[in-house]
Write a protein that binds this ligand. Structure first.
Ligand SMILES: C[S@@+](CC[C@H](N)C(=O)[O-])C[C@H]1O[C@@H](n2cnc3c(N)ncnc32)[C@H](O)[C@@H]1O
Length: 212
């Protein structure tokens, strides 16, 4: 593993890997104009899409949404009987509404509603209270999440975006996403990628077991 000292704490990307390189299928190009069900409609609903994916992949468990921002993902997971806690140093209120994709309805969140929050930066010792550590565009937490999952025997799901405030950066010829996946493999995890249908960095990695 090339472990470069992160002096400027940012990283300029080479071209991202293709979906095929990550073990994901490239979407076939449509041969005709799209209509109806074929239209991609869900581009901005990342919390709803990730919640649905988690509910399909895992049984309800104690999940830390690290860098969870306003907490909508934790709120949605709670509705599916998960014990979800936001770990984020910046205390933010829940949004006052969200779109329910199943019913295509706007749902209000009352100002009195809350999700459990730890208003502090993520530290590996926190992992002891969780089964699953999740980082959705969680700044500065990706490497620590993998290491905490390794040390505490938790699972992890990461959708990394930029390399900000991480303790190490990839070498210049390596993209952050496969570098993190390789790093997790070196920590003894079997790793797979997945992709969700929202705008922005929508490719994730998660452990499917342990190899060591
Ligand atoms: C790009 S935002 C992502 C927020 C949310 N997950 C989303 O997708 O909208 C990054 C979040 O990481 C949080 N953050 C920054 N440093 C952190 C740290 N050391 N531990 C936990 N969260 C951190 C920020 O407060 C911010 O809410």
């Amino acid at each position: 593993m090339d472990h470069h000292c992160n002096t400027d704490r940012t990283h300029k990307y080479p071209a991202p890997p293709s979906l095929v390189e990550l073990g994901l299928q490239d979407r076939p190009l449509p041969s005709k104009r799209l209509s109806g069900q074929d239209l991609t409609k869900l581009k901005k609903f990342r919390f709803q899409l990730l919640c649905d994916w988690l509910v399909e992949q895992f049984d309800p468990c104690r999940i830390a949404d690290i860098g969870g921002g306003k907490g909508l993902l934790a709120y949605l997971l709670q509705k599916s009987c998960w014990q979800a806690t936001v770990v984020d140093p910046y205390n933010q209120a829940l949004p006052n509404k969200y779109k329910d994709l199943q019913n295509d309805r706007r749902v209000r969140i009352a100002p009195t509603e809350r999700v459990p929050r730890l208003a502090q930066p993520f530290t590996p010792d926190l992992a002891v209270d969780f089964d699953l550590l999740l980082g959705l565009h969680a700044h500065g937490c990706n490497i620590r999440i993998i290491e905490a999952a390794r040390d505490q025997g938790c699972d992890f799901v990461l959708l990394p975006c930029c390399v900000i405030d991480e303790p190490a950066v990839p070498p210049p010829d390596k993209h952050w996403l496969p570098w993190l996946a390789d790093y997790a493999r070196q920590q003894g995890f079997a790793v797979q990628h997945f992709q969700l249908n929202f705008k922005g960095q929508n490719i994730g990695l998660y452990n499917t077991g342990h190899t060591g």
